[in-house]
Structures are given as structure tokens and as C-alpha cells.
Ligand binder design. Sequence first.
Ligand code: SF4
Ligand code: SF4
Length: 322
Amino acid sequence: MGWTGLKAAVLAGGGCRIEGELPPGAVARSTAGPGAGGDGAVFFSRGGRRIRIPLGSGGPARLIVHEDGRAELSCGGERADGRLEPVGLHCPRQAFVTVSESCVFDCVYCRVPGCRGARKTVGEIVALVESVAGSVDAIALTSGVAVSVEEEEEYVCRVVEALRGFDLPIGVSIFPTLATPARLHALGVAEVKFNLETATPELFAAHCPGLPYETVREALADSVPLFGRGHVFSNVLVGLGETDGELDRCVDGLVALGVVPVLRPLTPAAGCRNLPRPTPERLVRAARHLSRALDRAGLDPSGALSMCGACTGCDLAAWRDL
Ligand code: SF4
Ligand code: SF4
């Protein structure tokens, strides 16, 4: 299966043995996403495709690193030659900033509430973006919920206003209110990602207590006419107990709205630390279903500008990895 099999095996394996010295600038520290609060990660890339490889955890993958940045990655009987990519902030080619590193909600799978981090000031965020602005193609913002969903949206809008001067596309992924799509669009935001997280409303209620599933769906539907098809995304975790049929129906429902699902393999953490990771076979099957659904709908995410749709390090992206 070549690249697809290698990436699926690495994502399902959850870790890597590294041999050799990591070059400077290759390690990303994360305060959101699968690596929140972890030991950091490196990005292996080949021909415009990339894999985020977490550090500090044993796993079946093996990465041999050479001084000049060349690297060989092997896992599950597959191997590839490539390079380690330098990181902007959090991931390659982007200034991806977590605004508030804490959350008043307590989604079962999420590490952010446990991070109990601070909220960055607008000035701190501008300085962070400034520090990498010459080497990135986009700015991305995500956030926990420091006080309330409404207050966080208000604050992130202030951050967006302060970042407009960089003249880079801005992607935003926060928990939305029904007003969020129009507000972000009016500020010139290029892309949004509102995460449905689970394949069914029942799984959402069980894993995201106190948060409204329908608001996320409505915000996604409202976003497509504003930001355009291929520029509205939603993470859906694979491995929370959903069946393949439920996952496929969720994918089909999002694609029917013009929303691009990002199928994110579960990282067993927080309250889900005892769940198994999804198998490589399951990840490939789900990505193939997504690929067919995107084709049928004429929905092309390959022009993604920011966030996970452009990075694709953590997921088997149907538009890049198959
Ligand atoms: S709303 Fe849920 S998923 Fe988002 S940061 Fe808070 S706990 Fe995590
Ligand atoms: S795919 Fe998304 S969460 Fe993963 S490293 Fe890239 S931007 Fe971060």
C-alpha cells in the first residue's frame, strides 16, 4: 500500500523509535490537538505529504534521522525516504496558535482541561506570529473555552483583528455560537473548522457534556456559503466506540452540507486513555469511504489553506494520502 499503508500504520501505532540527532527547529510543542501537553512531535514529509510523529512514546515505527534532515521512516512492513520538515508554530508552514490553554468543559477524550494553561494576550499572539511570519503560509487559531463559549468567541475575534495586518490567510477552530460563522467571515477569516468530534449525537452527549451538538452542525451548515466549499472543516474522532456504518453516515452527512470531515484517529488520553487506537485497516477503510463521498459531491479539499486540512499530519487525508 506504500505511503497509505505506512501512514496508517504510524498513526495507528502511536509512537516511534528515533535514531540519530534531530535537527534544530524540527520539534513542535503542542497545546492543542492530539499532542496537547505531550513531549512534542516531528513531521516527516515526502513529496508534499506529511506525517506527524509524536516523540517520547515507544511504538512500532522507526525513524532514522540524518544530520542534513534526510530521514527514513518504516512501520508495519512499509518504508519511505523523506525529510524532517521545519516547524512554524505547532506544525510546518503555519503559525498555529492556541489562544486559551484551558477549558471549562471536560470532553472525555480531551487533554486541554488538564493542561490548565493560561490565555495568551493579544500582544503575545502577535509577537508569536511575527516570529515566524516570513516562513509560513497561513495563520491558524484554536482555543479551549476559558470562561464561556460566547466570551471565547469575542476574545478570538479581537485576536483575529490584531492579526489581519500580516496579510496571511487565517483559519479559526473554536467551539462556535450560531453567530460565529458570520462574525469570523466579516473579519476576513478564510477558513473555519468546527469540530463535531463524534460520529453520532449520542456519542457527543456522552463525551462532550454540556455542549450543544446541534449548534456545531448549524454553524457548519451556515459556514459553507460564507467561506466556500472546501474551506469548512470538522474533525470527527475515529475510535470512540462508533461503528463503521455510523462513521460513514456522519461523513456522508457532513459532505452533503459541503463540509470536509477530518477523520482523526483517537489518541488514547484523558478519560479515553484505556481505549484502543483504531487499526490501520479501519483508518484506510474510513479514508476510502471519505474519498468516494468527496468525489460524488464534487467537494475538493486540496485547496485548503490552513489548519488540519492544509497540514494533514495527524490524519489519513483522503485528498492527499490515498
Ligand atoms: S470544548 Fe471540549 S474538546 Fe474543546 S477544548 Fe474544551 S474540553 Fe477540549
Ligand atoms: S493535522 Fe492539525 S492537529 Fe495535527 S499537527 Fe497538523 S494542524 Fe496540528
